[in-house]
Design a binder for this molecule. Structure first.
Ligand code: LLP
Length: 435
């Protein structure tokens, strides 16, 4: 059975048994743009944006959905998110610069990060960014000074750490006590941060933010953490905290493999909105604006990585390595998080699997494996592989390791394709070098 659940909404197998996304045959795209290649399905992207807006706003009118740019952003996509009414979560001056390059409405931009530099903070303040989410005492003081120097009062949130474990990969768990992110409620640091932000002359504290980790396949951690943070907000009312905005971050899971069934967007919305409204009611807190920060769950399902098979090495009785023209430079997730992906032969999508192979990348590392011990139809050099659920944290975490140019990205819709990022050239990779 073809794993439609992990592919974009428009995935189809044509009469020749070839895989199409957005009405475009992946073989044609591979020929036109070369491989490795990332294909993004515009319909899925927009569907996911709308699913989040609808799921949350239908349950809680005062919701702003903010796309987490770290999952992947570029100017064309920033425009698309603006059209869909989303805001942006940025975590660097670079991501902010992308937003600024397309005149993204900066009042809908949230700036996160545990160690924003003074230059980045100044860039944000001067650009009239909507909110800066304060992550440390050092940042609180620095930002107060920078805003003062600019003659501005900056709207801020405070990132608290609720001490709730979302049971995801240790590298992507953030809301526990032992984390570099945010102010822990448990230690009293969060309360102290609120006091100092309220007292700061050039900061306007609008509310609280937390983010538990990513991807989170359970609903319960959102409910528990929301209660913890709202109780904290209620306790801090006397200290001058008026919580007009509340954000439980992002982290919503997607299916990477055929057997995974993450909660639907509506399930996350139900959990978060009911925890928010019931706790606000019982604690006597006014209903704040809700800020939701999905990244992976918007762009992940829209993306398919496309590679061409080159060398095949069969070690009898041991393993058959099938090498492709990409790998850890465009998708570090298998090596970094032991992430598991489905793999489909795009030109043999209708065929049943018949042998076990391991998909190796082209990088000079034995650990550069995109998928281990998977079953595929018999493949040969020149066949094209498609790896779904690759829209998030693949191009955005790509590197030039081994000085391989990073792949192009093409947006597809209704049988048309549009390049939104070209393949890097060797000159691009040397542009900052000085002889
Ligand atoms: N908000 C904050 C404050 C975050 O730190 C993150 C992700 C998000 C929202 C969006 O989370 P999402 O909805 O995309 O799950 N590189 C890792 C994921 C790191 C996520 C970091 N923060 C991976 O490839 O799985």
């Amino acid at each position: 059975m073809f794993p439609y659940n992990v592919f974009p909404d428009t995935a189809a197998i044509n009469d020749n048994g070839a895989l199409e996304i957005g009405g475009c045959n992946l073989m044609d795209l591979a020929d036109e743009y070369g491989t490795s290649l990332y294909v993004l399905d515009e319909e899925t992207l927009r569907n996911r944006c709308r699913a989040f807006v609808r799921a949350f706003q239908s349950r809680y009118g005062d919701t702003q959905v903010v796309y987490a740019s770290k999952a992947y952003i570029n100017p064309a996509l920033a425009r698309l998110f603006e059209e869909e009414g989303l805001g942006l979560d940025v975590v660097s001056g670079g991501e902010l610069a992308i937003a600024q390059s397309v005149d993204f409405p900066l009042e809908r931009v949230y700036f996160h990060g545990n160690n924003k530099s003074p230059e980045e903070l100044a860039q944000a303040v001067e650009g009239n960014i909507g909110r800066i989410v304060i992550d440390s005492f050092h940042e609180l003081e620095t930002l107060d000074r920078i805003a003062g120097d600019a003659g501005k009062v900056q709207d801020v949130l405070i990132r608290v750490s609720p001490g709730v474990d979302p049971h995801t990969h240790v590298h992507t768990t953030t809301g526990i006590l032992d984390s570099k992110f945010g102010f822990a409620i448990q230690t009293g640091h969060a309360a102290e941060a609120v006091r100092r932000a309220v007292a700061a002359r050039n900061l306007n504290l609008l509310g609280l933010h937390f983010h538990l980790g990513s991807p989170i396949f359970e609903l319960e951690p959102y409910a528990v953490a929301t209660e913890v943070v709202l109780r904290f907000a209620a306790d801090l009312r006397e200290e001058g905290l008026e919580m007009r905005e509340f954000s439980p971050g992002g982290g919503f899971a997607i299916a990477y493999t055929r057997d995974q069934e993450p909660p639907a967007v509506g399930d996350y919305a139900n959990t978060i909105v009911s925890a928010l409204t019931s706790n606000c009611d019982s604690l006597g807190l006014p209903a704040p604006r809700l800020i939701i920060e999905p990244g992976r769950s918007i762009i992940g399902p829209a993306g398919v990585a496309v590679y061409r098979i080159g060398a095949i090495k069969d070690i009898p009785g041991v393993r058959k390595y099938v090498s492709v023209d990409g790998g850890m430079g465009d998708n570090i997730r298998p090596a970094l998080y032991q992430a598991v992906y489905e793999v489909v032969v795009a030109n043999k999508a209708g065929q049943d699997p018949s042998e076990t192979v391991t998909i190796a990348g082209k990088y000079c590392e034995s650990g550069d494996l995109l998928a281990s011990d998977i079953t595929l139809p018999v493949v040969e050099p020149g066949d094209v592989l498609a790896i779904p659920a690759a829209g998030a944290y693949c191009p955005s975490m790509a590197s030039n390791y081994n000085l391989n140019p990073r792949p192009p990205i093409v947006l597809v819709q209704d049988g048309r394709s549009r390049l939104i990022r070209r393949r890097e050239s060797y000159q691009d990779m040397m542009i900052a070098d000085i002889v």
